[in-house]
Design a binder for this molecule. Structure first.
Ligand code: DX5
Ligand code: ZN
Length: 216
């Protein structure tokens, strides 16, 4: 049983509220919100104002993925805006500041997590694992939707499942990038329990079937 977190990067921006309501109707429980700063990743997306605007119109779990440098500068704004989970990249600041940011997020009543880019090893999560409610493994280079799933991330995912089971079993293990019904199955086999899907979910003709295939 896994959770689907549809990435709103692929929704219809002129009809966002309609799309969020439709996700709820389909039976989704989470929404994934990608925040990009044009520095940490070569693309721009949304800011905390969008999270703030979403909060009163949806009761789905807001899974906010910060692809920004020095997230300590903005974490508080995203927490206040209404994120439920707030994940930061381990590559985005010093180890000391990542610790401080995770503590800050927790102190504001939001669930903290860390993200690793494809070239970052599983071990990079270890210093932070006891502070996390979510660990996110990128299965594409962060920055854009619609990229090809990197199956070679599966050994890392499996290793992180083992670390989580051993050290912090209630922590979620999420994958993000190129997830569809086929690659989603592979991610679950390797230990993921939350699957982000952007283009595959929003393009799916039968979204209920898509959700069921992820949840089964
Ligand atoms: C990419 C983002 C993803 C993106 C996934 O940097 O973090 O969340 O929306 O899109 P798909 O599912 O199309 O690969
Ligand atoms: Zn994402």
């Amino acid at each position: 049983m896994a959770i689907l977190s549809p990435s709103i990067l692929s929704c219809d921006y002129m009809n966002m509220q309609r799309d969020f309501a439709h996700c709820k109707e389909v039976g989704c429980k989470w929404l994934h919100v990608d925040i990009m700063d044009g520095h940490f990743v070569p693309n721009l997306s949304f800011g905390y104002s969008l999270v703030k605007a979403m909060r009163p119109v949806t009761d789905l779990v807001l899974d906010v993925h910060l692809m920004i440098d020095t997230p300590i500068k903005y974490a508080e704004e995203f927490c206040k805006a209404g994120a439920d989970y707030l994940t930061i990249h381990v590559e985005a600041d010093t180890e000391e500041n990542i610790h401080k940011t995770l503590d800050l997020i927790r102190s504001l009543g939001v669930k903290p997590g860390v993200v690793v880019k494809p070239k970052t090893p599983a071990e990079a999560v270890l210093p932070f694992l006891d502070k996390c409610d979510l660990v996110l493994v990128m299965t594409v280079e962060p920055g854009f939707g619609g990229q090809k799933f990197m199956a070679d991330m599966m050994p890392k995912l499996k290793k992180l499942r083992e670390y989580i089971n051993e050290k912090n079993p209630s922590c979620h293990l999420e994958v993000d990038g190129g997830v569809d019904m086929v690659t989603g199955e592979i991610c679950k086999e390797n230990g993921a329990d939350v699957l982000v899907a952007g283009s595959a979910y929003f393009k799916a003709e039968d979204k209920v079937a898509f959700l069921k295939s992820i949840e089964k």
